[in-house]
Design a protein around this ligand. Sequence first.
Ligand SMILES: Cc1cc2nc3c(=O)[nH]c(=O)nc-3n(C[C@H](O)[C@H](O)[C@H](O)COP(=O)(O)OP(=O)(O)OC[C@H]3O[C@@H](n4cnc5c(N)ncnc54)[C@H](O)[C@@H]3O)c2cc1C
Ligand code: FES
Length: 358
Amino acid sequence: MLSRLFQRSSSDHVLEIAPSGKILKTNAKTTILQAALDQAIAFPHNCRVGGCATCKCKLLSGRVREMTDKSYVLSAAELKQGYILACQSVALTDVRIEVDIATRSAHPVVHTSGVITALEPMTHDILRVECRLKDAAAYTAGQFAEVYVKGVGAGDSRESRNYSFSAAPGVRDKVDTVEFFIRHVPGGAFTDWLFKHAKLGDEIEGHGPYGDFWLRPGTAPIVAVAGGSGLAPVIAMLEQARAERITRDVTLFFGARSQRDLYCLSRIEQLSNQWMARFEFVPVLSDEPANSGWTGLRGFIPQHFASVVGARLAEHHAYLCGPPPMIDACLKVFTDSGIAAENTHFDKFLDRSHVVAM
Ligand SMILES: Cc1cc2nc3c(=O)[nH]c(=O)nc-3n(C[C@H](O)[C@H](O)[C@H](O)COP(=O)(O)OP(=O)(O)OC[C@H]3O[C@@H](n4cnc5c(N)ncnc54)[C@H](O)[C@@H]3O)c2cc1C
Ligand code: FES
C-alpha cells in the first residue's frame, strides 16, 4: 500500500508521522528531520545539531541510527519511552514516529531563493543582510529561516544555517524582502563566506519560516533579553508589537562585550519613544575597559535582574535570544524567581561547535 503513495527505490524507507498520519519518504543518508523538511513538513526543530531537543519525537516502530548522544538533552523518562532526536537519526528500516506537527505550522513553509540587496556592517562582527525573495513568504516576528548558498560547504540544504528575521512583517500578509543580523563565527563555513566573499546580487537559497519564538498574547509585563545577534528576533518581535499597539510594560536587556558591540540603538530608541506603555532599555557590557567612561551596567545580565526589575520579576513573561550560556544563566534566575516555564520562551543560537559526539 505504501509503495503506491510514492515511487520507492530499494534504498528508500517509509517515514510515518503519527498522529497526523503523514506518510513520507526517507533513506539511510538523510536525517528524519531533513526528510520531513524536504517534503514541506513543518517539523519542530531549532539547532539541528542535537543540542536543543526541539526535534524530539517518539519512535513507535522501526530502527534508526543515531549520530550523537541524546542522553544529554533528553530526560530519563523520555529515553525510557523511546524518544529520539529527529535531527540526529536516520532510518534503517521503515519507521513510525509520534510528534505534533499540526499546531506548529501557522505559515506554510516556502522553499525559495533570494538575492542579497544590502550588506551593512552593524558592528565589527555583525552584518545586516537584506535579501529580495523570488517568492514572497509569510512569517511571524521571532521566527527564523534556514539558508544556504550553492558552493559553500556541501552547497545544499544539508548545510543550511538558521537565521532569525530581524524585521517585523507588520501588517503585510507576505513579504518579498527579508533581513537578518548575522555574526561572524571565525572558522564557520557560512559566516566566513558571508564576511569574506559575499557581495550584492549573490544568490541565497532558503526555506522557512520555522520556530516557536514569538510573542504570546497576554497582558503580563515582558522581560526581553538579547545577546549579540540575538537582538534580531527580539527587535522584530517588539517592533511587531509596537505596530499592533500592544500596551505591556517592557524591560529590554541587551548583552554585549563592549560599547563597540552595541548596535541598533536608534531603532531601539524609536521603539522606546513610540511604545504604548513603559519601555526600559538596559544595555549590559561584560568586557568594557574600566576607564572608558561607560556609565551603564557592567558584568552579566542575570546579576542585574533584581536591581532593575525588582521583586515583580515573577509576574513577567520572558523572551530570550542569543548565545546558549547567556540564556542558561538567565533561565536559572527566572526559574528561581518563580517565572513559570510556560511563560518563558527562548531561541538558543546553537551552532556546530555544540554537536554532542557519540
Ligand atoms: C534557531 C537559531 C537561530 C539563529 N539565528 C541566528 C541569527 O539570527 N544570527 C546569527 O548570527 N546566528 C544565528 N544562529 C546561529 C547560526 O545558525 C550559525 O550556527 C552560525 O552563524 C555559524 O554558522 P557557520 O556556518 O559560520 O559556522 P559552522 O560552520 O556551523 O561552525 C560553527 C563553529 O563550530 C565549529 N565546528 C564546525 N563543525 C564542527 C564540528 N563537527 N564539531 C565541533 N565544532 C565544529 C566551527 O569551527 C565554528 O567555530 C541561529 C541558530 C539557531 C539554532
Ligand atoms: S533540532 Fe534536533 S536537537 Fe535541536
